[in-house]
Design a protein around this ligand. Structure first.
Ligand code: CTP
Length: 408
């Protein structure tokens, strides 16, 4: 049984939150309701008090609320913050990091996963500002329950109505930290994004990786209770919450950061697209152009996975468990199979980046998981779901290892 904070904000769908609350309780969870001032105009707090059998939090400023700094106390105890319905205003406050009431302070204070179910008029939902805020939240690891289409309270027919209560409950249940995850308390290092290799003071060689896959893996590992170190190359996306975030630029910097973090890690997932080559002698100033063609001399970068798999301690203990990515064009699985053995990694994730719905700069991915036991081809799905499938496999490998600690 988990404690879930149910944030209720000021939309006409607020009455449906009662149903959501009941649904969570039916699955054995305990709910504390947190209502914004406007929500209390739609549904009386007493309703939630009666069904949750807990005091409903409606304000930060009531005498007695601060004896334990309640938003911090609740933030620490909850396994999930679910906001249903979530108005454009609250989505904006979460995205901007404002904390002018109990719910927005709770959002900033909690380390629990966050799920929001937006509900608003179709034009508001489609507005650039709201869409941008939703993207900011998604990039931070906040999950969304898509609003439904239909008759809206304002008389419009369109997209924006609160999703069905049963769908919200199902999404919430799927997000609760699995209590039995073998990753709980373990240290996981995840790399994400590209690396930039400087040519001179203003130019670099880079690649198209957005960091999305690595960020999804970091968020999912944390959801399962792991302590996560995220080593991120330069990307415009907002990283998800992690216990430690190390920002790097070049392959050499990523190598150094991963080596340090990996020395205390049980799992290392190399989702970053690390440059294989770097300019031999980058100019410290901006190099002027000349009429003659330019030849750039590149030298090999150090292979991070190769170096990790070759350490004496890993040879002896098999730790850390190593996961690599093989971004290929054409026959990805065959190339990844070869790469897995050559690089000495436990699990190789093969993806065909030539597909329009997989790989760089898109939100979906289609991968094949390859380990010593066999292969599993996964359908095209969101990078969040791919991350969950990869970590399911990692958990399985860790459990097998725990059952027979001697390495094959
Ligand atoms: N990788 C790494 N260090 C590097 C380059 C890549 O650890 N210097 C990791 C990547 O993060 C990825 C895996 O190795 O997990 C595969 O990377 P890729 O560049 O596709 O493999 P290569 O062995 O370099 O193969 P290729 O010859 O196809 O470039």
């Amino acid at each position: 049984m988990a404690l879930i904070a149910l944030g209720v904000t000021g939309g006409i769908g607020a009455y449906k939150a009662v149903d959501v609350c009941r649904g969570l309780q039916r699955h054995g969870h305990d709910v504390v309701a947190v209502m914004t001032r406007s929500a209390a105009r739609f549904v009386g707090p007493v309703t939630f008090e009666a069904i949750t059998r807990r005091r409903v939090v409606t304000s930060q400023w009531k005498p007695g609320m601060n004896a334990e700094i309640e938003h911090i106390a609740i933030a620490d105890q909850i396994a999930l913050l679910l906001v249903a319905p979530c108005t454009a205003n609250v989505i904006g406050k979460f995205a901007a990091g404002l904390a002018d009431d109990f719910l927005s302070s709770l959002y900033l204070a909690t380390r629990a996963p966050v799920l929001v179910a937006p509900a608003m008029n179709s034009n508001m939902l489609a507005h650039d500002a709201v869409q941008r805020n939703l993207r900011t939240l998604a990039a931070r690891g906040v999950r969304l329950v898509e609003p439904g289409e239909g008759y809206l309270a304002c008389g419009w027919i369109g997209k924006g109505r609160l999703a069905e209560s049963s769908d919200i409950v199902a999404a919430a249940l799927a997000m609760l930290t699995p209590v039995d995850s073998i990753l709980r308390g373990r240290h996981v290092v995840v790399t994400a994004g590209p690396t930039y290799e400087d040519i001179d003071a203003v130019r670099y060689v880079g690649n198209r990786s957005s960091g999305r896959m690595g960020f999804a893996l970091a968020a999912e590992a944390r959801r399962r209770g792991a302590r996560v170190t995220l080593v991120a190359g330069p990307t415009g996306l907002e990283p998800p919450g992690a216990d430690e975030i190390v920002r790097v630029r070049s392959a050499a910097e990523m190598h150094a950061a991963v080596m340090v973090a990996a020395s205390r890690a049980e799992v290392v997932i190399m989702a970053a697209a690390v440059a294989d080559y770097t300019p031999s002698s980058p100019a410290a100033h901006k190099a002027p152009k000349a009429d003659a063609p330019l030849t750039l001399r590149l030298e090999r970068t150090r292979d991070i996975l190769g170096d990790l798999s070759g350490t004496a301690s890993r040879a002896a203990s098999g730790t850390p468990l190593l996961v690599g990515f093989a971004a290929e064009t054409g026959d990805a699985a065959a190339k990844a199979r070869e790469k897995r053995t050559r690089k000495g990694v436990d699990l190789m994730v093969a993806n065909d980046v030539a597909r329009p719905d997989a790989g760089f700069e898109v939100e979906t991915n289609a991968v094949t998981l390859i380990d010593a036991e066999g292969e599993q081809e996964l359908p095209v799905q969101s990078k969040e779901r791919v991350a969950a499938a990869i970590l399911d496999r990692v958990e399985q490998l860790l459990r097998t290892r725990a059952a027979s600690p001697v390495r094959a």
